[in-house]
Design a protein around this ligand. Structure first.
Ligand code: TTP
Ligand code: MG
Length: 398
């Protein structure tokens, strides 16, 4: 039987605002609009604001009435997506069988990861700590044998919670749960079920499949599955692209190899950054050069292991550049590409190579800075002489 972890960030947008502005910590923060915005709605509210009855989808006007002392912010969706990508990378360290279900929640098949970590509780506490350390955000985790039960579990234990349902206990756990808490049972169906005397999953379980189908048609089949504690355990992973890279054409042909190298360094840093944002590593490095007469040369090298670590890949790029230099006088286009990509499985945790891990941590903070301030904010000295006209790309899955 599989074990599925569901993780959902607590008051996500509001918590991001609090994490980046400590003055908002512990305060009722309401994201979505400012008082006076006639038509705005609340995206989310901090748990402090929820005490006043403020919640997602409520008109701002009403939120102001309920919580006049609230701190209202319009929000920054780009920042929330960036933090979401960071969280996805952290989650991917537990298992590549990861599915982001929304901007702030994910399902992970942890069946194969349990031995590595010791047990399920260790996975949950590792994730909670790691996410908090890297982002300052709290989350709630549910673990069980399927998606539905894990999501119900995390929903019940919010905020900053963790609930694990032992195999065999699924139905006992679900029976007292109100039907409205089950994903997929919306307000309308909940109201109808309640009218018909069905309040909890246990109430549903008392009815036969035939009865449920006679009353609710196809929905009856789903209700029966829910009552049996069945809830799906498949994980839909994002497709890993075939290759990822960046290239650029110079405004005029360049014969100065210091400029070629600096430009390549900039393209390379963007490529590696994009790889880490997507949680992928590559084995094959390709350097692409086009001469003024439009002949294109490619130089490739396959490394022993897939990596997304800058120094490891840069050594290879430099050696390819040396080869290219022996064959080309001047350059019209330069590009770098990584292929034979896999989902990030890197140096899992505390074991063997502590050094690689520290480096990865350092790289992770570089990524955050780049994401927040754009890739020009932080470039190694090597790429400051770059000469990019219009950064092109070799290929990018999006
Ligand atoms: P949720 O996970 O539903 O809510 P939440 O993270 O704010 O709070 P919690 O999980 O602790 O109950 O949604 C994630 C984010 O999606 C939320 O922070 C803001 C955004 N969102 C909206 O913009 N509008 C909405 O109606 C909802 C429900 C969420
Ligand atoms: Mg959430």
């Amino acid at each position: 039987m599989k074990r599925i972890l569901h993780v959902d960030m607590d008051a996500f947008f509001a918590s991001v605002e609090q994490a980046r502005n400590p003055a908002l910590m512990g305060k009722p923060v309401i994201v979505g609009g400012k008082p006076g915005d006639k038509r705005g709605v609340v995206s989310t509210a901090s748990y402090e604001a929820r005490k006043f009855g403020v919640h997602s989808a409520m008109p701002i006007v009403q939120a102001v009435k309920r919580c006049p002392q609230g701190i209202f912010v319009r929000g920054n969706s780009k920042l929330y997506s960036e933090i979401s990508a960071r969280i996805k990378n952290i989650l991917g360290e537990v298992s590549p069988l990861l599915e982001m279900a929304s901007i702030d929640e994910a399902y992970i098949d942890i069946t194969g990861s349990i031995r590595l970590f010791g047990d399920e509780d260790a996975i949950a506490s590792h994730l909670k700590e790691h996410i908090y350390r890297e982002t300052g955000l709290k989350c709630t985790i549910g673990i069980s044998s399927n998606r539905m039960i894990s999501k119900v579990a995390s929903g019940l234990d919010k905020p900053d919670g963790y609930l694990r349902i032992v195999a065999g206990e699924e139905r006992a756990f679900l029976n007292p749960i109100e039907v409205g808490r089950i994903p997929g049972i919306g307000p309308k169906l909940t109201a109808r079920l309640k009218r018909e005397g069905i309040h909890t999953v246990g109430d549903l379980g008392a009815l036969s499949l035939d009865t449920l189908m006679a009353r609710y048609g196809d929905t009856g089949v789903s209700l029966h599955r829910i009552a049996q504690g069945m809830g799906g355990d498949g994980i839909t992973r994002e497709r890993v692209p075939k290759s990822i890279g960046r290239e650029t054409t110079f405004a005029e042909d360049v014969a100065d190899w210091a400029i070629v190298e600096a430009t390549l360094r900039g393209l390379f840093e963007r490529t590696v950054h994009a790889m880490r944002m997507k949680g992928i590593e590559g084995r094959c490095v390709t350097l692409k050069m086009r001469s003024p007469d439009f002949t294109t040369h490619t130089y490739s090298h396959t490394m022993e292991n897939a990596t997304s670590l800058e120094p490891d890949i840069w050594v290879v790029v430099k050696s390819l550049l040396k080869k290219a230099r022996a064959q080309c006088d001047s350059v019209r286009l330069v590009g770098v590409q990584l292929s034979r990509l896999t989902t990030n499985q890197h140096q899992l945790l505390m074991d063997e190579s502590g050094a690689a891990l520290q480096w990865e941590d350092a790289m992770a903070s570089v990524d955050i800075i780049r994401e927040r301030f754009g890739s020009r904010a932080l470039q190694s000295g090597k790429s400051l002489g770059m000469k990019i006209q219009a950064p092109g790309r070799i290929s990018d899955p999006e």
